[in-house]
Design a protein. Structure first.
Length: 368
């Protein structure tokens, strides 16, 4: 075991013993870094295995971004094309006069929604911070983001999103998440099949990522770990081992959904990014694309923006010791980063993001 692997193991063991999670898998280092597994796959369950399948949630965003950029490079669309030809539900949708306005206080949209807008969270769709009329409407029509996947199929989910106004004119604000669900549907409609099938054939198969997908095949469900919420110092199970909405083929199209994966699969993906898209697109994807004027306090959680930018599907460190690092986290307590020197870090836990899991992620990001 390398000294780095030992340090990672020590960090995870400390947080497991503190009760934050039953177990975790992780990896830190260069192309030949070895994964480690610590703890158990569930409270009172068997030992965690390095091939454990974990819900990576918003770490999906970089994967969908790469899939979209590959379509750009294949000539199927450009970054600044209007997406309405593939997503007609979004045609002519009005825009709120301000993000917290009443739902009928709108003006016409003054420009297209483009692929670039979806990749940068600037489309006008996204999580609303605060109890605004739009936030309540999203909650009421089942389009609000949450730890459990939407029960709606992709087409129905998009139709319900299209019932609501945009929070701002495309390109003039920043709101997290929903643009990437729309992006998954866009990719599936451009290629004419489900996102699951397209990602399998275009990325996961060629990159030898057999355990990554929008759901877990039935014969592999025994490797899907339990999921938890950390509340008042205790773990509350939210999805059982081998169970929950990711276990087995879903009854609806989930092209708007999020992935499950393993630490080894995701390492293969991150190692292959440089050969999966052009040098030009890799540079744009991993550099800040968000103007300072729209990095407002109400756009995301407090303290997010200082020293931080957003590229295509990833956050970007814009100052400090980790300048040039890109990466992102998943809501079920997962995280990855890639440094300019090629160092890759991946951490897959089972516990929803909260103050305690953020502390673990912060410690992991400082390891060397």
């Amino acid at each position: 075991m390398s000294s780095v692997s030992g340090t990672v193991r020590e960090l995870l063991t400390r947080h497991i013993e503190a009760g934050l999670m039953p177990g975790a898998t992780a990896l830190l280092g260069g192309p030949d870094a070895e994964p480690v597994a610590v703890g158990s796959s569930a409270v009172g369950g068997p030992p965690m295995a390095v091939d454990a399948i974990v819900r990576i949630q918003s770490m999906t965003k970089i994967v969908t971004s790469v899939a979209a950029l590959r379509l750009v490079e294949a000539g199927r669309l450009t970054l600044d094309d209007d997406v309405v030809p593939w997503l007609p539900e979004l045609a002519g949708r009005p825009v709120l006069t301000r993000p917290d306005a009443a739902l009928d206080d709108t003006v016409p949209r003054d420009g297209p929604i483009t692929l670039r807008h979806l990749l940068t969270n600037t489309s006008g769709y996204g999580i609303q911070m605060g109890d605004t009329p739009l936030a309540r409407a999203m909650r009421d029509n089942d389009t609000e983001a949450g730890p459990v996947p939407s029960p709606l199929g992709a087409d129905e989910w998009l139709a319900r999103m299209a019932e609501l106004p945009l929070a701002f004119q495309p390109g003039t604000g920043w709101r997290y998440h929903h643009g990437f669900a729309i992006l998954g549907i866009l990719v599936s409609r451009i290629v004419g099949r489900s996102l699951q099938d397209h990602l399998r054939d275009d990325l996961f198969g060629p990159l030898d990522m057999p355990d990554t997908g929008l759901w877990v095949p039935t014969d592999r469900c025994h490797r899907l770990t339990a999921a938890y919420r950390f509340e008042d110092g205790s773990l509350i199970e939210t999805e059982p081992t081998a169970g929950g909405p990711y276990a087995g083929p879903p009854p609806v199209d989930v092209s708007h959904g999020e992935l499950v994966s393993t630490v080894t699969d995701f390492h293969r993906f991150l190692r292959a990014i440089a050969t999966s898209v052009s040098t030009e697109h890799l540079k744009v994807m991993t550099q800040d694309q968000v103007p300072a004027s729209i990095k407002t306090d109400d756009s995301f959680y407090p303290g997010f923006w200082p020293g931080t930018g957003w590229g295509f599907g990833v956050s970007v460190v814009t100052e400090g010791d980790h300048l040039g690092r890109y990466g992102w986290s998943g809501g079920q307590g997962t995280d990855f980063f890639v440094d300019p020197d090629g160092t890759i870090g991946i951490l897959l836990t089972q516990t929803e993001l909260c103050e305690a899991t953020f502390a673990l992620l912060s410690e992991f990001q400082e390891l060397r």
